[in-house]
Design a protein around this ligand. Structure first.
Ligand code: AMP
Length: 212
């Protein structure tokens, strides 16, 4: 199954992608996590992406399409994958089509902007493996320590309130048009993000026809 998760930053795509990945045994492919890794490692790609990421803007289509194309060619992606944070522009969606990728479903997680802004301040992400947490809704067992790998679970620089606002604007302008793009293919399903992670996961599994 090849899935796309759509939704504003902070809607819970990463968390739900992890749940689907665990359930179906297919990898979560997060361009945001790959880019953060590149920035952390100081690679050339990371250096090119950093300024855009820090300001809440999108990294250029060329860069992101390149890393995505390489990633889906890896062996663990041969039975399917969950795209988390890609595509984010119509040009990226068209590039996927041109690569011949067959998408089974596009799942939109909808959360109102006011709730997103409140949520983002509590979001934490593991510096090492990229696992997502929230201090209230999905806390780590030990404060600040990733349950998966023991890395540090920290706040992302781009989760600062000013940057969140501009990321939401970028989402409306550049990414929201993808809802129409995929609506026309008949593959779009929307679920309403709930306060509790497990409640959203149930809706997500139902929408995908996966037995909880
Ligand atoms: P995310 O973790 O998905 O919220 O992504 C964090 C940041 O990485 C975004 O704000 C963008 O700067 C960049 N990014 C991630 N995925 C993409 C993409 N598909 N296209 C462009 N920029 C991206």
């Amino acid at each position: 199954m090849n899935l796309i998760l759509l939704g504003a930053p902070g809607a819970g795509k990463g968390t739900q992608a992890e749940a689907i990945s665990a359930k179906l045994g297919i990898p979560q492919i997060s361009t945001g996590n790959m880019l953060r890794e590149a920035v952390k490692n100081g690679t050339e790609l990371g250096l090119r992406a950093k300024a855009a990421m820090d300001s809440g803007a999108l990294v250029s289509d060329d860069i992101v399409i390149g890393i995505l194309k390489d990633r889906i060619a890896e062996p663990d992606a041969k039975n399917g994958y969950i795209l988390d944070g890609f595509p984010r522009t119509v040009a990226q969606a068209e590039a996927l089509d041109e690569m011949g990728v067959q998408i089974d479903k596009v799942l939109e997680i909808h959360v109102a902007n006011e709730r997103i802004i409140a949520r983002m301040s509590g979001r934490r992400v593991c510096e090492k493996c990229g696992a997502s947490y929230h201090i209230e809704y999905k806390p780590t067992t030990k404060p600040g320590i990733c349950d998966v790998c023991g890395g540090a679970a920290v706040q992302r620089a781009d989760d600062a309130p000013e940057t969140v606002l501009s990321r939401l604007e970028v989402y409306e302008e550049k990414t929201a048009p993808l809802k129409d793009y995929y609506w026309e293919t008949g593959k779009l399903v929307t679920v309403e993000g709930q306060e509790e992670v497990a409640d959203t996961t149930k809706l997500v599994f139902d929408a995908l026809g996966i037995n909880g």
